[in-house]
Ligand binder design. Structure first.
Ligand code: SF4
Length: 220
């Protein structure tokens, strides 16, 4: 791969469907490749298909078409490709608001502080719960977010335990903890009731893009 390129799975402009920024227009830069294999993965194409190489400058030009939108860098796992750092620097130098969605298994220490990090901490039913790098929790700022994708009561109890014992309090107080049900496995109504019963200060998150475009698997 050329020194200034990234392997991209898809590039698109849509409505942000997740995080506390849900509902806002957003440019998505989805990188190919992932080091995990979650049981419920809805982005298998990012590692089952070959991505397409793009120079970092072309990705910046794509984002320039939507100057007021946020930019989300996602995957797959975007931190697997080293040229992600020049892309982050390029977007920040243009004054963009940048979100990074990562599975938390890779060291975040090279990610600039201005990037809003959204760590997807894997729960037991994903089959990938052992891969989280706990040192990453020390690198978060109050602007970052943590997401738990839940398939079952077992996942909920595990995430609740982690929330009460390990997750930085500043994120809880700012409403930056997201509990998101796997659409095919856990009814939102059930999750809502558990959250209310336990009085957890977490944000119940439904994937907005799947509600708006239920028939589209990509590009939203
Ligand atoms: S980390 Fe994300 S892209 Fe990778 S397997 Fe899990 S859900 Fe899929």
């Amino acid at each position: 791969m050329a020194s200034n390129q990234l392997i991209i799975s898809e590039l698109f402009y849509s409505i942000q469907g997740e995080s506390s920024f849900a509902g806002l227009p957003c440019v998505f830069i989805r990188l190919a490749g992932c080091n995990l294999r979650c049981s419920y993965c809805d982005a298998r194409y990012t590692y089952e298909e070959e991505g397409k190489p793009y120079p970092v400058s072309d990705l910046l030009t794509f984002a320039d078409q939507y100057p007021s939108a946020q930019v989300e860098i996602t995957g797959g796992e975007p931190l697997l490709q080293d040229n992600i750092y020049p892309l982050m620097d390029g977007l920040l130098s243009k004054g963009r608001c940048v979100l990074l969605e990562t599975n938390g298994s890779i060291d975040l220490s090279r990610v600039p502080e201005e990037i809003i990090k959204i760590i997807d901490i894997k729960c037991p039913d994903s089959g990938m719960a052992d891969h989280f790098d706990h040192k990453n929790l020390d690198l978060l700022t109050a602007n970052d977010e943590i997401k738990f994708v839940l398939s079952s009561k077992r996942d909920y109890d595990w995430a609740r335990e982690m929330l009460l014992k390990t997750i930085p309090d500043m994120l809880v107080k700012k409403g930056r903890i997201l509990f998101s049900p796997v659409q095919s496995a856990l009814a939102p109504q059930l999750l809502a009731q558990w959250i209310l019963d336990d009085q957890l200060q977490v944000r119940l998150q439904l994937q907005l893009h799947k509600i708006i475009w239920p028939d589209k698997q990509r590009g939203v």
